[in-house]
Design a protein around this ligand. Structure first.
Ligand code: GTP
Ligand code: SPV
Ligand code: MN
Length: 609
């Protein structure tokens, strides 16, 4: 067999063998091991500019930053093509697509055959979480996409330093294999011209949790292609967490300091495009409160020696929804991206080499190149940017990043929020009665679907723990794991758990609650509850704030709207019961009895109301 030209390599024998085996099958022109250096990054970015994938933004607008437009068919996660291939179907559970692992490989391995012809095969060593962690979680992504290399460099700790540690410890690692599925040689041997965003109509995002492997084919989009993120840090890691007694969750992590100097770390689970990044970067509107960012998307939590739950953000960058991000809504994000070193995908470009998207400024620019690459003016009846367009930016550029982000031990969590987009029914804030009730609330979390995944937008679906698309195993077992975490701990040391909804609407469709920085008022109430400063009122769905305990000083929203946002309406909740019942029916006898009990209690309380 002919040797394939290779730059770099490894002394990790098993890794070396795997890379060679893959290379022989996908048949790239060359193999390049990614070292993570600045020179290498410059080379990759230049390649992407030459290929037409990247347009460099003006240095005086966004230094060292690039604009990319995807194929219009490759803009979001493909949940219907995402699989958990555990050996037993039961281990994938009723919420995941499943196929027998051998059958899936028999289907996919031929797709990968020759799939990298005419391209470079990159090998990216990475670690999710800290390299200095007690048990660092390594991964290697093989990819034929330079865009993925450039993005992974921002989103994860990658390169030579990671690989050296893997070699020293002969580390176990997650094997990520990714191809855009667009070889540059046709079946008849003719050369194929490359396009700026190669991808394939056929897409598969496949996880083999028992083998710590991920195979992703056909897409270049973030969550489908940056395998350290959702595929590893949530789907595969949730399986590791189940087995090792910790938690891998779809949560932001926020450090909050009250005017009295009390520090609380709060985690929050919201489905995709429902407000995690914005809340993680909140600029409180109430005087004296300080917020700092620890994480905006993923939280790995385990018990510390003091019996509290500690959270780590395993990521290195932010992959944020662009539309709606503006100086008035999320000034911290704007300050972060202004420092540059970022990739902007499927947003609009301005004539002077900057980017723009809906919600960045109140006033629309006179002229843009839209996300289809077409001329756009404010008269256009189309959006300039795709609703799931994204900024990808280094986390260390966040001006108010908490110093604890760097601490491999993580931060002790005082409260966990669950939230979603609900036009009706779900009040602004509700506190759970205890961990079992919290698990019930989380397991029945619901939200209107968004553009972060392909498919219909705005449809209410259950999204337990905001993890529906990210659980790497059976949801019933996942609920049982949550209940078990509660049993393991001293109840007094467990985080308090809250349900929130920033998205309730009035009859005219307007938001009842202004959201964004004003959400600090709700955070303040949570801290008051944690500190035992205020009482709450019992209701069938949990504990509700006394109206006077939500600080509305200086709030530019009518008392009537605030009251409506906070209201618990028994009628609406009675209408919710059959939906929750339907959802639980999916799990049959596997559903933990404790959750069944909680639903029975809710039904009973709502009937008595
Ligand atoms: P993923 O990165 O996909 O997981 O999304 P996310 O949960 O990080 O959501 P993000 O913070 O990016 O917000 C998604 C959209 O919701 C953006 O368009 C925001 O402008 C909007 N949004 C965020 N917070 C609020 C809020 O408090 N109120 C309202 N009305 N909109 C919000
Ligand atoms: C999400 O969809 O939840 C995201 C973007 O954060 S992605 O990385 O594509 O999953
Ligand atoms: Mn986000």
């Amino acid at each position: 067999m002919q040797e394939i030209k290779t730059t770099g390599g490894t002394t990790h024998k098993e890794l070396d063998a795997w890379v060679k085996e893959v290379a022989a099958h996908v048949r790239p022109d060359e193999v390049v091991w990614i070292d993570g250096s600045d020179e290498e990054n410059e080379r990759i970015n230049n390649l992407l500019v030459e290929a037409g994938t990247f347009t460099k933004l003006a240095e005086d607008k966004k230094p060292n930053s690039y604009h990319a437009l995807s194929d219009p068919q490759d803009v979001a996660r493909v949940e219907d093509q995402t699989y958990i291939c555990s050996t037993e179907e039961k281990d994938a559970g009723p919420t995941n697509n499943w196929m027998d692992p051998e059958q899936m490989k028999a289907k996919l391995w031929p797709l990968f055959e020759g799939s990298m012809q005419g391209r470079t095969m990159y090998v990216i060593p990475f670690v999710m979480g800290h390299l200095e962690a007690e048990d660092p979680k390594f991964g290697v992504e093989i990819t034929d996409s330079a865009y993925v290399v450039a993005s992974m460099r921002i989103m994860a700790r990658i390169g030579r330093k990671i690989l050296s540690r893997m070699e020293e410890t002969d580390a176990v690692y997650v094997k990520g294999l990714h191809s855009v599925g667009a070889p540059l040689v046709a079946e008849d041997g003719q050369d194929v011209r490359d396009v700026p965003w190669p991808c394939n109509e056929t897409k598969y995002i496949v996880h083999f949790p028992e083998e710590l492997a991920i195979w992703s084919y056909g897409s270049g989009y973030g969550g489908n292609a940056l395998l350290g993120k959702k595929c590893y840090a949530l789907r595969i890691a949730s399986v590791m967490a189940r087995d090792e007694g910790w938690m891998a969750e779809h949560m932001l992590i926020l450090k909050l300091t009250s005017p009295e100097g009390e520090v609380h770390y709060i985690a929050g689970a919201f489905p995709s495009a429902c407000g995690k990044t914005n809340l993680a970067m909140i600029e409180p509107t109430i005087p004296g409160w300080k917020a700092e960012l620890v994480g905006d998307d993923i939280s790995w939590m385990r018990f510390g020696p003091d019996g509290r739950l500690y959270a780590v953000n395993p990521e290195f960058g932010l992959f944020g929804v662009a539309p709606g991000t503006g100086r008035d809504t999320n000034p911290v994000a704007i300050e972060t991206i202004e420092q540059g070193n970022s990739i902007f995908t499927n947003v609009a470009r301005t004539p002077d080499g900057d980017v723009w998207w809906e919600g960045m400024t109140q006033e629309k620019p006179a002229e843009l190149i839209d996300w289809h690459g077409q001329k756009w003016t404010p008269d256009s009846d189309q959006l300039s940017s795709h609703p799931n367009s994204r900024f990808c930016t280094p986390i260390n550029q966040v001006p108010n990043i908490a110093a604890e982000y760097e601490d491999p031990r993580g931060v002790p969590i005082s409260a966990i929020m669950f939230g979603g987009r609900r036009k009706t029914t779900v009040p602004l804030v509700t506190e759970s009665r205890d961990w079992q009730h919290a698990t019930f609330i989380a397991s029945t979390l619901s939200s209107e679907t968004t553009a972060a995944a392909t498919g219909a937008v705005g449809v209410v679906r259950r999204d337990p723990m905001a993890m529906l698309p990210f659980m790497g195993y059976n949801a019933s077992d996942y609920f049982a794991h949550w209940l078990q975490i509660g049993k393991q701990a001293d109840a007094a040391k467990l985080p308090k758990v809250f349900l929130v909804n920033w998205f309730r609407r009035d009859e005219d469709g307007g938001f009842l609650w202004p959201g964004f920085g004003e959400n600090s008022r709700v955070l303040k109430w949570m801290v008051d509850r944690i500190e035992g400063r205020v009482d709450a009122q019992e209701s069938p769905i949990g504990l509700l704030p006394m109206p006077q305990d939500i600080d509305t000083d200086g709030l530019d929203t009518s008392t009537e709207d605030v009251t409506k946002a906070l209201a618990f309406d028994p009628e609406e909740w009675r209408a919710e019961l059959p939906l929750i019942r339907d959802w639980f029916d999916k799990f049959g006898a596997d559903l933990p009895g404790a959750l069944e009990d909680e639903l029975a209690t809710l039904e009973q309380r709502l009937t008595e109301e």
